[in-house]
Design a protein around this ligand. Structure first.
Ligand code: CP3
Length: 347
């Protein structure tokens, strides 16, 4: 539902700026993907990485949830490791597992094998974004990148990790190498975001999915400064920046110390508590627990109403889940949630 004349005047962008909105905007992390039968059909026979580099598929998959759910934004269909593959890193996305590498990155020689990302390495991303934006009209497209720490963890561990032991061991055992690796990854994330914005994305989100595994001290010293570089690279583009991490309740005040427009909140902290932690002058995004979409409708409705009420304490609220849509989620429930949010928050 978007009656705005242009994406820059849409409820999502207005909420991110703390401006008045006709209703609370809503989109869902992982709204494109396995919860949609039309996605599963389109993806059949193609690897995730191939799909991400094929503009026809990227465009159609990005638009599917917008058509079906009437959400207030599209999220660019890609993956946080696409820019790593684009610079020549041998990385795959395995179904049910996530990004995996045959040879993890752990030494100075490994780092030297990672070049900087330039826009001409991802012409397909520019093309996909341009096509999506043209089709979306006044509905905004959210571009994204993985934060340096989360990218570093995949590279160093060689895949998803429960404990991040190699990553933390490198962070503390060779801080200079850690710093140099993260500096390269923040350049890659920044360029990936810039490419999407320059092709027409109206907002960006930096995903730090593994940040919740860090102590506050490690986050401050070894991680946040690199995310800051990636976010600051967008400052002159004048699109709202959303900074989101998983399990980051304890880190919210540090995340809010950055100049980012919107703080994304995961589901482990109530939105009311999160607003206290980030300060009542900052728009927030979140934070329905994606597992609750499997609960009876009355439960979902109560939770949605509570989150909308709590969100009113912030100058802007973008409704979202506290993490991505789970693959077995009933898409009919997602559509109903969007309707409910629009109805309850209509002003
Ligand atoms: O709708 C959207 O959110 C759009 C696109 C999107 C994907 N990945 C598509 C995807 C986004 C924003 C991401 C980001 C991403 N990728 C993150 C950060 C967000 C988060 O969830 O914390 C992370 C950590 C990754 C790495 C990754 N890629 C994982 C953990 C997985 C899941 C593995 C699995 O199969 O369960 C992927 C694969 C992936 N990325 C899928 C999708 C739709 C599933 C691929 C498939 O359909 O087979």
């Amino acid at each position: 539902m978007n009656t705005a004349a242009s994406p820059s005047d849409s409820p999502l962008v207005r909420a991110a700026r703390g401006e008045s909105v006709p209703h609370t905007p809503v989109w869902f992390m992982r709204q494109a993907g396995r919860s949609l039968p039309e996605y599963r059909e389109l993806r059949a026979g193609t690897t995730m990485m191939e799909a991400c580099r094929t503009p026809d598929l990227v465009t159609e998959i990005t638009l599917q949830p917008v058509r079906r759910h009437n959400v207030d934004a599209a999220i660019f269909f890609s993956d946080i490791v696409v820019p790593l593959e684009a610079v020549g890193i041998d990385i795959d996305i395995e179904p049910g597992v996530g990004p995996v590498l045959d040879v993890p990155f752990r030494s100075r020689e490994d780092l030297d094998r990672i070049p900087e990302l330039t826009a001409d390495m991802v012409p397909d991303i520019t093309e996909s974004v341009r096509r999506i934006v043209m089709d979306l009209g006044a509905t905004p497209l959210v571009g994204f990148a993985g934060a340096p720490f989360t990218l570093a963890s995949y590279l160093i561990e060689g895949g998803p990790s429960k404990n991040h032991e190699h990553t933390k061991s490198l962070m503390h055992g060779d801080p200079q190498l850690w710093h140099d690796l993260c500096a390269r990854l923040s350049q890659i994330a920044a360029t990936f975001l810039q490419v999407q914005v320059d092709a027409g994305a109206s907002a960006v989100q930096l995903f730090d999915s593994w940040a919740g595994f860090l102590s506050k001290a490690d986050y401050r010293q070894h991680v946040l400064p690199h995310s800051r570089v990636a976010l600051a690279a967008l400052a002159d583009r004048e699109v709202p920046r959303i900074h989101f991490g998983v399990g980051t309740g304890e880190l919210l005040p540090d995340m809010a110390a950055e100049e980012t427009e919107v703080i994304g909140v995961d589901y482990r902290v109530s939105l009311a508590e999160a607003i206290e932690r980030v300060g009542a002058d900052r728009p927030v995004q979140g934070n329905l627990d994606p597992a609750l979409l499997f609960a009876p409708w009355e439960v979902i409705e109560t939770q949605v109403r509570r989150i909308l009420a709590e969100g009113r304490a912030a100058p802007g609220h973008i409704f979202n889940l506290g993490h991505g849509v789970l693959p077995d989620t009933d898409p009919v429930v997602l559509t109903r949630v969007v309707e409910l949010i629009h109805e309850v928050s209509a002003r």
